[in-house]
Design a protein around this ligand. Structure first.
Ligand SMILES: Cc1cc2nc3c(=O)[nH]c(=O)nc-3n(C[C@H](O)[C@H](O)[C@H](O)COP(=O)(O)OP(=O)(O)OC[C@H]3O[C@@H](n4cnc5c(N)ncnc54)[C@H](O)[C@@H]3O)c2cc1C
Ligand SMILES: *[C@@H]1O[C@H](CO)[C@@H](O)[C@H](O)[C@H]1NC(C)=O
Ligand SMILES: *[C@@H]1O[C@H](CO)[C@@H](O)[C@H](O)[C@H]1NC(C)=O
Ligand SMILES: *[C@@H]1O[C@H](CO)[C@@H](O)[C@H](O)[C@H]1NC(C)=O
Ligand SMILES: *[C@@H]1O[C@H](CO)[C@@H](O)[C@H](O)[C@H]1NC(C)=O
Ligand SMILES: *[C@@H]1O[C@H](CO)[C@@H](O)[C@H](O)[C@H]1NC(C)=O
Ligand SMILES: *[C@@H]1O[C@H](CO)[C@@H](O)[C@H](O)[C@H]1NC(C)=O
Ligand SMILES: *[C@@H]1O[C@H](CO)[C@@H](O)[C@H](O)[C@H]1NC(C)=O
Ligand SMILES: *[C@@H]1O[C@H](CO)[C@@H](O)[C@H](O)[C@H]1NC(C)=O
Ligand SMILES: *[C@@H]1O[C@H](CO)[C@@H](O)[C@H](O)[C@H]1NC(C)=O
Ligand SMILES: *[C@@H]1O[C@H](CO)[C@@H](O)[C@H](O)[C@H]1NC(C)=O
Length: 593
């Protein structure tokens, strides 16, 4: 494991306290308990919808967030510290089974704080490819989800900003595919790390016919190749849905109400005159269930609790598979067996190399003086090595067309221009040695898994964690592709451009059997769960929401978060989540105009 010096106390003592926004802590402080819209979860998607719906001063919107304010969560602010948010006070600390092949229990981090997982993620900004979005349009039978049609929402979300060190970014991205006037900041690396430069040099040296060719902008819709990472960072500090969509220029809107420490237990329904079910009441507690409060939404309830809590809240509200619900004594109000099913997650592992570079994260991990110096620099100027998110460059590669697996398994990728494997380039690695030598990490990630897991209720107590099974490596394809991903990463690292840089490889598993053992023992989830309240075409007898994100068969209830994605994008999931939330906001506004 990576070793961190005891910095957190230092962080708390050193950093300025950001101004506290007008956020409510106690239910009693709410001036009303009826709203036009109630949003469950002040996370990535929830805060986006809250911002957009309150653009209309007549819409009174309440956001209910189980966690606390992000303002004092310093560990969340510093991009390089993202890994330290895991298991911290702002993590839900879920655990998940990995299924019979891996047979391990893994942590499944999720943000327990305003901003949700955007307050603890590693900030990589990747939209997925044109083929990913065109597949969403195809499988939902709604052209509104196509790549061309979501561009409006990409642009509403993104505000491309200069990097923390203000360097000239010509040749590092394609400005024509970016927006400079959206809300959430996206930027390029603000510190020159040696590994990042080496990777780009190696890619360019391999030429345009190489599988590792340089790609100027992986967010253009076509990502194959290797290029510079873009991250949701602003002036050296994390840009989350809390700092952006609920930023100082928005949070004081008189029609926007945010209640923290508000754990939603269930959504309650009324039967309407025509026997349809209308979910208008939201039940919450601020004291683990001792006292329950109810608020009502006269227009809609928006469920944005994320891929784990959203299906949990649906099931606790009587929406799900009748067998599951009746076993726990919950009356089924709406039969939707797909709730919690089709859980899909990227699988990632890290290959470490000992390097000659003297600017890896290991330097600070073994030298407390240097670590304190870096922190002071960040505190005083928002510059230096801490301004960057962990991913410095990314590679996107496909299995060869003639890979033997395709004789037996249909290619699960959405098309020929979308990667099966991502390669993440990191300025740290993992060894048992403490203190660690200078390490870099190269992390092959399976983008198009065939395996599907599930989330279900473990108990009917809404304060208990649900039961999660990721069911990794349930398909022969998944193991094959990750094995080839490791080989692909090594092919790239064997480029002569790395001569004099790489000292030794930490991982030496080579044969299929050795690789399978290594994968089974060390791979884990990339923290991108989706699919548990998936979209399907209107009228389909599977799926949880229609393409306009309304829960099937009931009224006035929508799901807006990562759980609605029917397939994983070939990339990290926050940008797609913001895009979904931006489009959802327009769909909701249109319903009530
Ligand atoms: C460690 C980590 C690293 C990641 N790195 C990246 C990355 O680099 N790039 C990327 O694109 N993606 C990354 N992701 C994934 C990405 O952040 C998520 O896919 C995305 O933020 C999900 O957004 P969401 O709106 O679906 O859920 P969330 O942002 O999790 O929002 C859900 C909100 O609901 C609240 N909530 C839950 N239950 C209740 C309840 N009962 N009552 C009230 N509130 C409730 C939660 O506290 C939370 O605030 C990472 C995730 C993690 C955990
Ligand atoms: C951190 O920054 C604040 C001002 O932003 C300053 O008051 C404080 O002294 C700084 N601490 C250190 C150790 O630099
Ligand atoms: C997660 O674990 C940390 C460390 O033990 C703890 O501080 C935090 O309160 C836990 N999160 C929740 C939601 O309980
Ligand atoms: C690779 O393609 C880019 C962009 O099309 C071009 O600028 C560059 O010269 C090409 N490199 C080589 C080695 O052909
Ligand atoms: C970011 O930094 C730039 C340049 O210093 C400054 O103009 C801008 O106001 C800063 N933005 C925020 C939100 O602090
Ligand atoms: C899972 O998704 C597939 C489409 O990818 C669908 O056919 C199937 O019915 C879904 N399964 C469940 C249990 O909803
Ligand atoms: C790191 O190495 C570079 C040369 O590659 C050198 O210029 C620099 O001084 C070194 N830094 C430290 C802290 O040793
Ligand atoms: C630790 O870092 C400090 C500050 O950069 C430096 O002066 C010192 O030489 C480093 N110590 C070691 C043992 O490398
Ligand atoms: C795939 O084709 C390449 C040449 O295009 C060849 O070198 C390789 O051996 C083939 N692999 C398999 C598994 O057939
Ligand atoms: C599920 O509930 C059982 C019994 O209450 C408990 O022992 C177990 O730890 C729970 N599992 C999870 C994932 O919370
Ligand atoms: C692989 O690495 C391990 C641990 O570093 C080492 O003990 C072993 O000898 C290596 N095996 C080979 C074949 O190089």
């Amino acid at each position: 494991m990576f070793w961190y010096p005891p910095l957190l106390i230092l962080v708390n003592a050193l950093l300025p306290r950001p101004t506290q926004c007008a956020l409510l802590e106690r239910f009693e402080d709410l001036k009303r308990n009826d709203f036009d819209f109630v949003i469950i979860g002040g996370g990535t998607a929830g805060n986006t919808v809250a911002n957009r719906l309150t653009e209309n001063p007549n819409h009174h919107v309440l956001v209910l967030e189980a966690g606390g304010s992000n303002a004092n969560a310093f560990v969340s602010m510093i991009p390089n510290f993202c890994a330290r948010t895991l298991g911290s006070a702002i993590d839900w600390n879920y655990t998940a089974q990995t299924g019979p092949v891996m047979n391990r229990v893994v942590g499944l981090p999720r943000g327990f704080v305003l901003g949700g997982t955007s307050s603890m993620n590693c900030m990589a900004y990747t939209r997925g490819t044109r083929e990913d979005w065109d597949r969403y349009a195809h499988v939902t039978n709604d052209a509104g989800w196509s790549w061309d049609n979501i561009q409006t929402y990409v642009r509403k979300n993104e505000r491309f900003t200069p990097p923390a060190d203000g360097h000239d970014t010509t040749g590092e991205f394609d400005p024509s595919v970016h927006s400079f006037d959206g809300i959430n900041s996206v930027t390029l690396s603000g510190f020159r790390h040696q590994v990042a430069t080496r990777v780009i040099q190696a890619s360019k040296a391999m030429g345009n016919d190489s599988e590792f060719r340089f790609v100027l902008d992986m967010n253009s819709g076509e990502h194959l190749g290797i290029g510079f990472a873009q991250s949701t960072v602003l002036n050296g500090t994390r840009s989350s849905s809390a700092t952006s969509y609920l930023g100082p220029q928005f949070i004081n809107r008189p029609n926007l109400h945010v209640l923290l420490h508000a754990h939603v237990t269930r959504i309650s329904s009324e039967e309407t005159a025509h026997n349809g079910l209308t979910f208008t009441g939201v039940e919450l507690s601020q004291d683990s269930g001792k006292t329950l409060h109810t608020v009502t939404a006269s227009k809609e309830v928006i469920l944005s609790a994320g891929s784990i809590a959203t299906p949990q809240i649906l099931m606790n509200s009587g929406i799900g598979d009748p067998n599951t619900l009746s076993n726990l004594g919950i009356r089924t109000l709406q039969r939707l067996p797909s709730v919690g099913r089709n859980l899909s997650e990227h699988l990632v592992l890290t290959l470490g190399w000992v390097v000659t570079a003297n600017d890896t994260d290991s330097e600070a991990a073994r030298n407390a003086t240097l670590a304190a110096e870096q922190l002071r620099q960040w505190n005083e100027t928002r510059t230096g090595p801490l301004v960057d998110a962990p991913d410095l460059d990314f590679g996107w590669v496909r299995l060869p067309k003639n890979a033997s697996i395709f004789e037996r398994v249909k290619d699960p990728s959405p098309g020929p221009n979308t990667a099966h494997i991502e390669i993440q380039f990191l300025n740290h690695g993992f060894t048992p040695e403490i203190p660690p030598p200078n390490l870099i990490g190269v992390a092959p990630t399976l983008l198009s898994p065939i395996s599907r897991g599930f989330v279900t209720l473990n108990t009917s107590n809404p304060f208990d964690h649900p039961f999660i099974n990721l069911n990794f490596l349930d398909s022969e394809f998944d193991l094959f592709a990750l094995r080839e991903g490791i080989r692909s990463a090594r092919r790239f690292m064997s480029s002569p451009s790395f001569n004099g840089f790489l000292v030794s490889a930490v991982v030496n598993a080579t044969t299929d059997d050795e690789l399978d053992e290594f994968i089974t023992a060390t791979a884990g989830g990339a923290c991108h769960p989706i699919g548990t309240a998936m979209m399907s075409p209107r009228g389909a007898d599977w799926g949880v929401v229609d393409p306009d994100l309304r829960v099937k068969g009931v009224e006035r209830l929508r799901v807006v978060d990562a759980s609605v994605l029917p397939f994983l994008p070939a990339g990290h999931t926050q940008a797609p989540t913001y895009i979904i939330a931006e489009r959802a906001s327009d769909l909701i506004k249109a319903s009530w105009s």
